[in-house]
Design a binder for this molecule. Structure first.
Ligand SMILES: NC(=O)c1ccc[n+]([C@@H]2O[C@H](COP(=O)([O-])OP(=O)(O)OC[C@H]3O[C@@H](n4cnc5c(N)ncnc54)[C@H](O)[C@@H]3O)[C@@H](O)[C@H]2O)c1
Length: 387
């Protein structure tokens, strides 16, 4: 294809957080251009945002229903190729289904849907259409995380035994959702966020990171969920013991009331021969621990010792920080290259296919179901993974 892929957006107006990160990431490799969008639930904000992004008025829409309808009236070469959905969780499923039904590929933020039922329907639709759906579990896009995954798969730290994964934030330590003017409102409202609060918002990232790095699936969960801030109708803190395949044991912690914390997602994995640690607030460093030799620190960007998987997702030489936006960009690039390969009838390389898909989205919703079921059951705590 001799042109960029054309992107539409649902959400991501000037009233939003993550939409701008998506645009920056999408544009990083010069493979994507923004052509249209319904950028906000507020038509005025959608219009002003679209103009800020230099779109013509006829490609700025006030509802996503209008967007899909009008885009379909355009000649194929003009209309969008894919849509990015960055709305609150309640408004993920409908636009995603509308996109797939009309032949558009989809990028969607996590958690993939509002409910597990929706996730399964979406998966079926992706399978039926053969279209590509990328889910932006961004932490799997970091080079150091890819490096950890590659080394674990090669058996460098031996047979795995134990995983500790945590996502600690502090911004919901007070009931700021009552103040307005922030995006805590929908995140703490079960009618818009879904069954889980913190476990859906950041717990899903921690769970995904653990399964991604280890290559193992969680089979059972034993959770203690809390709501520390009075009056909040969803969990704002919790911890769970995890049982992975192959007898691997895990602990997952996710909280948004750890006062003073920022975006401290961290994972430690231990095997029979060694251990590994990665922390997103120090994203280019991977720590390796050994029984018989001193601790090693690997810095991403140096091709002397990095795996092909990590190198493919590395953009700049060692010492220049690569972070959140680049990790999103890695997902976008791999998504686009997969779409283009499909258009040519080719099978993409494993490094390109290494991005979260609809299957991760379904498992993410199953994680929410399972951890909430376990958290609500005060007697019989161990809960089998809910399919
Ligand atoms: N991957 C990550 O690291 C990450 C980080 C933050 C948020 N997220 C996810 O991204 C999504 C959005 O989060 P956010 O923090 O940007 O939320 P936000 O509240 O800041 O922004 C939501 C945007 O969606 C728009 N919107 C709401 N309903 C709409 C509708 N019906 N049609 C069109 N636009 C609509 C709002 O006007 C706003 O522009 C959520 O699902 C969230 O879980 C993911």
């Amino acid at each position: 294809m001799k042109r960029k892929l054309k992107m539409g957006m649902v959400g991501g107006g000037s009233d939003a957080f993550i939409g701008a990160i998506h645009r920056n990431a999408a544009f990083m490799d010069n493979l994507i251009e923004l052509v249209c969008g319904c950028f906000s639930v507020n038509p005025e904000i959608s219009r002003s945002s679209g103009r800020e992004y230099f779109l013509p008025d006829n490609r700025i829409y006030t509802t996503y229903q209008e967007m899909f309808e009008k885009e379909m009236l355009l000649p194929e070469e003009e209309r969008m190729d894919f849509v990015t959905i960055v709305t609150p969780n309640k408004w993920h499923f409908e636009p995603a289904m509308m996109a797939l039904e009309r032949g558009f590929h989809v990028v969607i933020d996590k958690p993939m849907t509002f409910s597990l039922e929706e996730a399964k329907i979406l998966q079926k639709k992706v399978e039926e259409t053969g279209l590509v759906l990328a889910l932006t579990h961004v932490y799997s896009g970091y080079p150091a995380v890819k490096e950890a995954k590659a080394r674990i798969a090669e058996g460098k730290i031996g047979k795995l035994r134990r995983v500790y994964v945590e996502y600690t934030q502090g911004w919901l330590s007070k009931r700021i959702e009552m103040l307005g003017g922030n995006n805590a409102g929908w995140r703490t409202d079960p009618a818009r966020t879904g069954k889980a609060g913190t476990m859906g918002d950041v717990g899903t990232h921690a769970w995904h990171l653990a399964e991604y790095i280890t290559g193992l699936k969680v089979e059972e969960v034993c959770a203690d969920l809390r709501t520390f801030v009075e009056g909040r109708p969803v969990d704002d803190d919790g911890a769970a013991l995890l049982r992975f395949e192959n007898g691997v044991a895990g602990v997952l912690m996710a909280t948004q009331i750890a006062t003073g914390e920022a975006n401290n997602i961290r994972i430690r994995v231990y095997g029979e021969k060694g251990g590994m640690e990665w922390r997103q607030m120090d994203p280019n460093r991977l720590i390796l621990r050994w029984e018989d030799r001193p601790t090693e620190e690997l810095y991403m960007g140096s091709n002397e010792y990095m795996s092909d998987l990590a190198l493919w997702n590395t953009r700049i030489p060692s010492g220049h920080p690569e972070g959140f936006i680049e990790a999103f960009a890695n997902i976008y690039r791999n998504f686009v290259l997969t779409v283009l390969a499909k258009k040519r009838g080719e099978a993409p390389d494993y490094k390109i296919l290494d991005f979260p898909t609809v299957a991760d989205g379904v498992r993410g919703m199953q994680f929410i179901e399972t951890i909430i079921a376990s958290g609500n059951d005060h007697c019989n705590k161990w809960c089998k993974w809910i399919e």
